[in-house]
Design a protein around this ligand. Structure first.
Ligand code: NCD
Length: 406
């Protein structure tokens, strides 16, 4: 934690459980700030995913796009990203633009007044003078959370206050990535196909081979492979999967404490009654069957070498990582409908997913990145309370145009 005085002001609030903190970031049942994945409930997640679907379908037509564009044309967003980001930054900018918002950005502190000694809290408060939403990825742990408290204090004293969205903080939270991952997995497990017709559906065809196959996330086996401990996307997504009935989560990582499933995360998932398993290779057997053949979805991650500490560097470099990379022959053994996901960036030198897999229909990672734009647009629309307008317009549009979710 920074020794900046302002952080000390928030210490007692930072030390509480997520359950105790969560109400601070809501206004009624609407998100006011999004700081943690733990703020999502199942009904809220499902609502945001349905909204993302409607935005996605409306944006297909010029007319629908024009409607979406009017919704927040009176609002401005600041993207304060002082840590590297490509997809999160771009998809948030695109999401805001879809809703008609204008965006501005700070990505390089050397050109901001922080280079002259300004406190990051002052920067954020200044942004709130010019903008209506602050989307942030900061190198300072728990900074987004503190900014949420700062905004609440301002609102309590009738001063200007704007919503804060955490776009990835430290090693433990990436709530909007988890939202888009859930949206992608839901879409994958809807088993729809553009060629679906009255005579044939992909779902019916799959059920001939897998009679017990159900639509939706409940009851599915989802693997996470690679850097489990340091991947904030894994931590955030696992929490949201735990909100679904009878999911089985399989964590595949080298048996090194810097990379394997950490105790606190394991305990949380056990508390949530999730069936969790750990393996040390994609070639392992689980309950007498090859694990690779059991996944309904497989979430690959890169090894986050930038976090290697001096003392563990050599040990980590000496590990055999060959069991944590997908190959075409491993993919050939996966279920025909299994979804391969990756938050990206993938590591081109390490090669956890070689580009030769990209054209396989089970490779979902590019669609996953695009879904980030729809899921983030849904989140912003929800925060600004324009989801009702979208729902109404969609109903009317749907009855006129007969569009159906694909
Ligand atoms: C991830 C992140 O920043 O946590 N990327 C992303 O937001 N899509 C994953 C990573 O850096 O490996």
């Amino acid at each position: 934690m920074s020794d900046d005085l302002s952080f000390a002001d928030y210490e007692s609030r930072l030390d509480r459980s997520i359950k105790a903190k969560s109400p601070d970031f809501f206004s009624g049942d609407r998100l006011r700030h999004l700081i943690f994945s733990g703020q999502f409930t199942r009904p809220l997640l499902d609502k945001l995913c349905r909204l993302a679907d409607k935005i996605r379908l409306l944006a297909k037509s010029k007319e629908g796009h024009r409607f979406l564009n009017t919704l927040l044309s009176h609002k401005r967003a600041m993207l304060y990203f002082t840590q590297p980001s490509t997809r999160t930054f771009m998809s948030f900018a695109a999401a805001c633009q879809i809703l008609g918002m204008t965006c501005n950005e700070v990505r390089d502190l050397s050109v901001s007044s922080e280079a002259k000694g300004e406190s990051p809290f002052d920067s954020i408060r200044m942004f709130s003078s010019y903008f209506d939403l602050i989307i942030m990825r900061s190198h300072i742990p728990k900074f987004a959370e503190c900014c949420g408290y700062m905004m609440n204090t301002l609102a309590d004293s009738q001063r200007r206050s704007v919503p804060i969205i955490n776009a990835g903080a430290g090693s433990d939270e990436h709530p909007t990535q988890a939202l888009l991952d859930i949206y992608t997995i839901q879409r994958a497990f809807s088993f729809t196909d553009p060629k679906d017709s009255r005579q044939w559906t992909r779902y019916d065809e799959l059920r001939q081979q897998f009679p017990g196959l159900r639509k939706g996330i409940a009851g599915k086996t989802i693997g996470f492979c690679g850097d489990i401990r340091r991947g904030r996307t894994v931590r955030s997504l696992a929490q949201l999967l735990a909100l679904h009935e009878q999911v089985r989560l399989v964590f595949i990582s080298p048996p090194h404490p810097a990379l394997a499933l950490p105790r606190d995360m394991k305990d949380k998932l056990i508390d949530a009654k999730v069936d969790i398993r750990e393996c040390h290779s994609l070639e392992d057997q689980l309950d007498g069957k090859p694990v690779i053949e059991q996944f309904d979805a497989l979430y690959m991650t890169r090894i986050q070498r930038e976090h290697n500490s001096g003392t563990e560097e050599q040990e980590l470099n000496e590990l055999d990582y060959s069991h944590f990379k997908l190959t075409k022959s491993l993919v050939a053994r996966m279920k025909p409908y299994a979804a391969i996901l990756h938050p990206f960036p993938r590591d081109k030198e390490f090669g956890e997913i070689p580009p030769s897999i990209d054209e396989d229909e089970r490779a979902f990672y590019f669609r996953q990145a695009r879904n980030g734009m729809w899921a983030r647009a849904a989140l912003v629309a929800h925060i600004f309370d324009v989801d009702g307008e979208i729902n109404d317009y969609y109903e009317q549009y749907n009855s006129e145009m007969q569009i159906s979710p694909q």
